[in-house]
Design a protein around this ligand. Structure first.
Ligand SMILES: NC(=O)c1ccc[n+]([C@@H]2O[C@H](COP(=O)([O-])OP(=O)(O)OC[C@H]3O[C@@H](n4cnc5c(N)ncnc54)[C@H](O)[C@@H]3O)[C@@H](O)[C@H]2O)c1
Ligand SMILES: [Zn+2]
Length: 360
């Protein structure tokens, strides 16, 4: 099983989704970057111990020289120290503009490797080999790269489209269950905002089947890649339609921050989606069935919808988030399963909207 999805952004590229693709990465790279003589692989400590040997063998089989940088797994590594260390390793290995960077890992790896590639020698080619569910359905596609600052997440970055994305859904076999659950929050997001077919697929299966059935996992990831591609192609630089991907995120980010990041991104987004679904029903922005179906799906994938945060704090937090424009917050709501729209709210309106969710 394998399919190639074309991402027709200005700098167009392909996403190859399939099973057992790691052995082919070298050949794939040579096709896309025929002048490359060296591949600089960036990976994290967990993923490197599982898949680095395979990737290196594949690159060498295609006559590419290899150099490797492995960082300690985790969001804490997505910082300026690791970023600079990566750039220095690239320079020490005499990487040139015709060479290529390969990220092997989840979203932390593709974000940081992508940013290093965007900035080293003012930009060299990058290929993402994505191994986490969140990476495969979200972070590896769309060209957003970056690192965190002590002041906040993803504050420094660049748009830098990869030359190729390789998604081997069999790598999800080694991904811890909790990471699958977190990634499912993003999968459910696509289903609710734009993909009623994906909604049906998710409704008719369950987490254990997705974890154990390779075919189902492949189909689900492929569907999400098509969805994300559709959105980023229509709004490459995040000025319009791409905003619908923020469903659950405006409130989710506030919950993440309020918990001092003890609440994970996926779990915070799941709560954010639930809060907005409940509030939308009260305001007549969606009907009761949409609200119930959305909440049931989130719960079915072992994501909690419990929350008793003060609406005032949520509204204040959302207003200080970087996504606000002027004096209003753009909030993504699901009007029916597979359909999203954006509503604008002042801080007082947002607080009243969020407060109404408690009557659900
Ligand atoms: N650029 C974007 O558009 C975009 C979109 C969404 C998220 N992100 C970023 O992505 C990051 C989160 O991504 P993530 O959840 O993939 O984090 P991650 O890269 O840290 O991966 C999560 C954990 O899973 C491990 N892992 C990954 N693949 C594995 C595998 N196949 N087997 C075993 N373990 C594996 C990693 O080592 C890590 O411990 C955040 O930094 C976020 O800001 C970026
Ligand atoms: Zn997200």
């Amino acid at each position: 099983m394998k399919s190639t999805i074309h991402v027709a952004t200005k700098q167009a590229y392909d996403v190859i989704v399939g099973q057992d693709l790691l052995d082919e990465v070298g050949q794939d790279i040579i096709k896309i970057c025929p002048t490359a003589s060296k591949a600089f692989v960036i990976s994290d400590s967990n993923v490197a111990s599982l898949y680095l040997d395979k990737i290196i063998a594949s690159l060498r089989n295609s006559n590419l020289e290899t150099a490797v940088y492995v960082f300690e797994a985790g969001e804490e590594s997505k910082n300026s120290d690791t970023y600079i260390a990566i750039l220095q390793a690239m320079a020490s290995n005499f990487l040139t503009r015709t060479d290529v960077v390969v990220s092997l890992g989840g979203g932390v790896c593709s974000d940081m490797a992508g940013f290093a590639a965007a900035t080293f020698l003012r930009g060299i080619d990058v290929i993402h080999v994505s191994t986490s569910l969140l990476g495969q359905v979200d972070a590896s596609i769309g060209g957003k790269t970056g690192i965190d600052l002590p002041n906040g997440k993803n504050l420094v970055g660049a748009f830098w489209q990869p030359k190729l994305v390789v998604i081997d859904t069999n790598t999800l076999e080694t991904l811890p269950r909790e990471q699958i659950i977190e990634g499912m929050a993003e999968v459910i997001k696509y289903a609710l905002i734009m993909d009623a077919v994906l909604y049906d697929l998710l409704k008719n299966t369950n987490l254990d089947e997705i974890i154990t059935n390779p075919q189902l996992r492949y189909e689900m990831v492929r569907q999400c890649v098509l969805d994300k591609t559709d959105v980023v192609v229509s709004d490459e630089f995040d000025n319009g339609r791409r905003q619908i991907l923020n469903f659950g995120h405006t409130i989710g980010h506030v919950l993440e921050k309020m918990s001092d990041f003890k609440l994970s991104h996926g779990r915070a987004v799941a709560k954010g989606m639930s809060i907005v679904l409940n509030a939308s029903r009260k305001e007549g922005l969606c009907d009761a069935a949409t609200n119930d179906n959305g909440i049931d799906l989130i719960k079915a994938y072992e994501l909690s919808v419990e929350d008793d945060t003060s609406s005032e704090l949520l509204a204040q937090g959302a207003m200080s988030d970087k996504k606000k424009r002027g004096g209003t917050v753009s909030l993504v709501v699901v009007s029916s399963i597979g359909e999203a729209k954006i509503v604008k709210k002042s801080i007082d309106e947002l607080e009243a909207f969020l407060e109404a969710r408690k009557e659900c």
